[in-house]
Design a binder for this molecule. Sequence first.
Ligand SMILES: Nc1ncnc2c1ncn2[C@@H]1O[C@H](COP(=O)(O)OP(=O)(O)OP(=O)(O)O)[C@@H](O)[C@H]1O
Ligand SMILES: [Mg+2]
Ligand SMILES: [Zn+2]
Length: 378
Amino acid sequence: MENLVLYRKYRPQLFSEVAGQDHIIQTLSNSIKSGHVSHAYLFSGTRGCGKTTTARIMAKALNCLNRKDGDAEPCGKCSSCLEIAGGNSMDLIEIDAASHRGIDDIRELRDGIKYVPAKSKYKVFIIDECHQLSKDAANALLKTLEEPPSHAIFILATTELHKMLPTIISRCQRFDFRKLRLDELVARLKDLAKRENVKIEKAALELVALNAGGSVRDAESLLGQVISFGSKEREREIKAGDIRDILGIVEIKLVGDLIDLIKDKKTAEAVSFIGRVSDRGYDLQEFAKSTIGYLRQGLIMALSGLNDSESASLLSASGLTPEEFARLKQQTAGLKIDQLKKVIELFLAAQEKIRYSPIPQLPLELAVIESCQNSGQN
Ligand SMILES: Nc1ncnc2c1ncn2[C@@H]1O[C@H](COP(=O)(O)OP(=O)(O)OP(=O)(O)O)[C@@H](O)[C@H]1O
Ligand SMILES: [Mg+2]
Ligand SMILES: [Zn+2]
């Protein structure tokens, strides 16, 4: 079934549509309003949080033919805005440094930069994944940033700021894009679902958001999968229960069963349990991830002591059903905070190792053995 590519369809076209990055949007739109623009910007931050999107909106706003002084938003209708939206503007040059990392690519850029914009005020260069430039290329870029022509504006984007040349960083006005919080993701997903005319319960949206790790793109892409799946019965509301299978989310019950074995120090049974999970074809890294997520909820619960209202709000954010939540609460009560911490650390380490292990289930088996030795009332 065709996967609905929501994140392309709904890429924000205005500053006001970018979610969760208020401080950045405010500063950028103020500088556009006042006409005090910098010649080099650096957008850093985790994947799928709006760096490229914001860079394109910047380019649009800078070159919009209808924008009045004192306004920040691009009109979206003039030839410049339309060309940028359609990806065929002569004055917006996007370079993917992941695939164009060499000195020649940057030389070409430097040669082109002298020419005035074809029809706009500025020539805007967006260099994505900028940290991937080779050393020579990065140095050539630095030279360009030292004395850019007045019609040139650079927007560098990176997910790995620490890999950038400090001398490049210091030439740029820097903005750190942050991951979105669960409630922000849910709000965005709710909006898209509405625009797509799809009925989906809040708990389901929360589950999608929980699995997106703070990335809006990942959240939207998961929602696309969920909607394509549910589209057979358009009228029916999509429930959290439907989603687990679609997203390949490991059944929480299974994780809960493993924790029971660990809590009761049933080492041999716990090890063969891992074997069965593996035999059933579960992705072991996903299983480890779910276990970590589950125990983390338990840890938060244990730390907070939990009165009823705290409990209720944790429950709604946990993506667990009330029964699953009650079980976790009871399991958590049987473990000391130090033990919980230790088990989480063991599974974290195991999750890392699975990919490289000659026997994929071995790291989990070892983690389980050690967890059993560490848990329970000694
Ligand atoms: N802050 C945001 N507000 C609204 N939508 C967003 C936001 N961030 C990302 N998106 C959605 O995710 C898609 C991808 O975002 P974008 O390309 O801007 O991410 P990015 O930060 O450049 O990621 P990467 O580091 O992977 O290049 C957008 O088309 C949009 O649908
Ligand atoms: Mg990007
Ligand atoms: Zn315009």
